[in-house]
Design a protein around this ligand. Structure first.
Ligand SMILES: N[C@@H](CCC(=O)N[C@@H](CS)C(=O)NCC(=O)O)C(=O)O
Length: 206
C-alpha cells in the first residue's frame, strides 16, 4: 500500500494522485497541510524537512517533491508508458518538468492564489495582471511545443504531461481572459477525457 500525505486541493498532491491513478496503484491519501495541519509535527518533519506536502511513502521508502515523486512512480511502476525510451526524449521530458516547476508554476499559481485564496479586498491587481501576462507567455510556449503533437512529446502521453496538465486545468477553470491557444486547448481537452485526470485534477478550485 502506498500512502500520499497531502490535501487534495493542492496542485502538487494532484500531480501525484493523477499519476498513481493512471498507473492503477492502490494509494491511501491522508489529508494533511492547509486547514488539516499535521505538517508541524516532529513525525512529519522527519518525513519531509521542508514541512511541505506531498510526501509519498512506499513501504520503507519515503520521497518528497511532487515532480520527483511522479518520476519515481513512473520509473518504478510503468516505464513502458510514462518514461520515454530514448535518452533524448527522456531529457526533454525532464526539461519540461523542471520548467513547469521553475517557470510555469509560479505564474499560474499567482493567478490562482490571487483569485481563489485571496479575499477581494486584499488582492493586488498589478501582481495579478503581471502573473496573467507571464502565464500567457509561458503557455504560448506549450502551445508551440504541441504543434502537430497529441501530447507534449509526441503521439503518446508521458510523465512530462502530468505537471503541466495540472497547471492547464487551473488555467482553464479560472474565470479569466484566455487568448486562443489552439494546440493547448486541443491537448487540454484530450487530458480532460482521461478518467484519472477528471477524478484527481478536475476538482473544484479551493
Ligand atoms: N516544490 C514542492 C512544493 C510543495 C508545496 O509548495 N506544497 C504546498 C502545497 S501545494 C504546502 O505544503 N503548503 C503548506 C500546506 O499545505 O500547509 C513540490 O513540488 O512538492
Amino acid at each position: 500500500m502506498i500512502q500520499v500525505l497531502g490535501r487534495n486541493n493542492s496542485i502538487n498532491v494532484q500531480k501525484v494522485m493523477w499519476c498513481a491513478a493512471e498507473l492503477g496503484l492502490d494509494v491511501e491519501r491522508v489529508d494533511m497541510g492547509g486547514e488539516f495541519g499535521g505538517i508541524e509535527t516532529p513525525e512529519f518533519l522527519s518525513l519531509n524537512p521542508n514541512r511541505q506536502i506531498p510526501v509519498l511513502i512506499d513501504g520503507d521508502f519515503t520521497i518528497w517533491e511532487s515532480n520527483a515523486i511522479v518520476r519515481y512512480l513512473c520509473l518504478q511502476y510503468d516505464t513502458a508508458t510514462w518514461v520515454p525510451s530514448c535518452a533524448k526524449q527522456q531529457g526533454l521530458a525532464h526539461q519540461w518538468m523542471d520548467w513547469s516547476l521553475t517557470s510555469l508554476h509560479a505564474a499560474v499559481s499567482t493567478v490562482f492564489l490571487q483569485l481563489i485564496r485571496t479575499p477581494v479586498a486584499e488582492r493586488d491587481p498589478q501582481l495579478l495582471a503581471d502573473a496573467h501576462d507571464r502565464s500567457v507567455k509561458l503557455l504560448s510556449m506549450i502551445d508551440a511545443q504541441l504543434e502537430g503533437k497529441k501530447f507534449l512529446l509526441g503521439d503518446h502521453i508521458c510523465m512530462a504531461d502530468i505537471p503541466i496538465g495540472c497547471a492547464a486545468y487551473r488555467w482553464h477553470a479560472l474565470e479569466i481572459d484566455r487568448p486562443e491557444l489552439k494546440n493547448l486547448e486541443r491537448w487540454y481537452k484530450r487530458l480532460s477525457e482521461r478518467p484519472a485526470f477528471r477524478s484527481q485534477v478536475m476538482r473544484p478550485l479551493t
